[in-house]
Design a protein around this ligand. Structure first.
Ligand SMILES: Cc1cc2nc3c(=O)[nH]c(=O)nc-3n(C[C@H](O)[C@H](O)[C@H](O)COP(=O)(O)O)c2cc1C
Ligand code: SF4
Length: 85
């Protein structure tokens, strides 16, 4: 697909471990990986992955962030245990 479209291709959805992100842009053949919920919980995660201070997101995929925002019109933030840690 990447060869066919001739523009950068991004993979997204479910990336939590640095190892998987690195594999996607290596063997996986994509140009970027995108993160959504991991950045809701830990906005500084990319810096910590880059600096070696983390190897994975602590997002547990509970979707409470989406639920509170979409159904209750609350500002977007992580509502799971340990948020902001
Ligand atoms: C709060 C929230 C809002 C989102 N809004 C959109 C949207 O408007 N359009 C869309 O295509 N995806 C939307 N998504 C989906 C994300 O772009 C992404 O595909 C999904 O969260 C899976 O990636 P992740 O595992 O990194 O979170 C939203 C996700 C979240 C958590
Ligand atoms: S509320 Fe759940 S899905 Fe959303 S960022 Fe926090 S842990 Fe991840």
């Amino acid at each position: 697909m990447r060869r066919g479209v001739g523009i950068p291709v991004t993979a997204e959805g479910g990336f939590r471990r640095l190892e998987a992100m690195e594999r996607a842009v290596g063997d996986g053949g994509v140009d970027f990986v995108a993160l959504a919920r991991p950045l809701v919980r830990e906005p500084d995660l990319p810096n910590r992955l880059r600096d070696g201070r983390s190897t994975a997101s602590t997002c547990v995929n509970c979707n409470l962030c989406s639920a509170w925002t979409i159904m209750r019109y609350q500002p977007l933030r992580c509502h799971a245990a340990g948020a902001g840690a």
